[in-house]
Ligand binder design. Structure first.
Ligand code: FES
Length: 146
């Protein structure tokens, strides 16, 4: 009888450990390209360390409940609301193509420094307004959204 009681306790312990590992220590296999929400300080909302954003790349981050893009174009940082003004669809981290931000959906292109609409990748023109700018401040190597 004592032997079977110990066996039941052991089985229960193993089940508990398996359940806990699924809840607490399980590996998260989901992938996300967005940065976690960042803390807001007097300098603004921390976005990233400048040194973590290589030249000519785009990073997506959360800002005031929306997605935004941080663009490092040749060492110059800009941020925009992550909505293409054509149909409000998002850019991605591969949207910086050469010297333009190109929308992955229908090819609208924007200047990475000013956000100004430049035309369409296929030569068309949607007559769009530019991207919505988010003011940035770089302080001690950290980038903050204002
Ligand atoms: S949503 Fe960007 S070009 Fe259409």
């Amino acid at each position: 009888m004592k032997y079977s009681t110990n066996l039941v306790l052991l089985a229960g312990t193993v089940c508990l450990i398996v359940l806990m590992s699924g809840c607490m220590g399980g590996q998260d296999n989901t992938t996300s390209t967005t940065q976690p929400a960042a803390a807001t300080t007097l300098a603004g909302t921390f976005v990233a360390k400048a040194s973590d954003i290589p030249p000519n790349t785009i990073r997506i981050f959360d800002y005031k409940g929306e997605q935004a893009i941080l663009v490092n174009f040749g060492g110059s940082f800009q941020a925009y609301v992550n909505k293409c003004p054509h149909q409000n669809l998002p850019f991605n981290e591969s949207s910086l193509t050469g010297d333009k931000i190109t929308c992955p959906y229908h090819g609208a292109q924007f200047d990475p420094v000013s956000g100004k609409y430049l035309g369409n990748a296929n030569g068309g023109n949607f007559g769009l307004k530019g991207l919505t700018t988010i003011a940035l401040k770089v302080d001690s190597g950290n980038i903050y959204a204002q």
